[in-house]
Design a binder for this molecule. Sequence first.
Ligand code: 0O2
Length: 213
Amino acid sequence: MTNEQYYDFIQPYQNANAIMRMKLEVLNHNLYLKSSEPIHHIQERVKEKKSIEEKLERMNYSDSVQNAKDHLLDVAGIRVICYFVDDIHNLVNALKRHVELIVIREKDYITNPKPNGYRSFHMIVGVPVYYLDTMEYFPVEIQFRTMAMDFWASMEHRICYKKQPEHREELAAAFQQYAKVLENIEEQFEAYNETGRLGDVNEPEIPWWQMLA
Ligand code: 0O2
């Protein structure tokens, strides 16, 4: 794929991201009657040329534009960082009611976290992009996370994900534990949001200072 082909290829994915972002912003202002908004912030990106080429190679496809179009569903990506898990469910349900969107795939790593502790709700939606005489659906991968999930995933991505760090096993055990601690803190804030009181703070099984010793 030449640089020129790449820039032509990603254009409609950028458009799809912009359309999706706008829909999310509208929902953010209108989802609840009360003044609190469900979304803390939104990030978006299109996959870099090198990442597209590497992913196609891992899938045993040549790095043609056609293969990228046919086989990659995460060229356009949006990350939605919410305050509470309930906000994620409410936003997902609201998006499912958008008649012009097609839900292509869902992965609920909140109900079923990955063994390493990763939590997030992934959804791939087909977004219609209209041009002068044509309309075409382009996939956008939306990752919904709370702030706690995003903190964990960002650090894990930096330190462990697809990497071979030193002391891998200790790090993996520590990350599993951190995921539980963060989920626990998240539940405290959920309890406060619902009842005006913090819930019971559960002590983590292994204190973090012992894990680092
Ligand atoms: P990057 O570097 O973030 O772009 P597929 O997307 O279908 O090819 P898969 O594994 O079925 O692959 O998709 P899945 O499980 O929905 O995960 C897609 C993305 O979620 C990843 O993109 C990561 O961004 C994120 N993710 C999934 N698992 C983990 C994890 O264990 N830790 C962290 N930090 N992030 C995770 P990429 O393209 O793999 O990576």
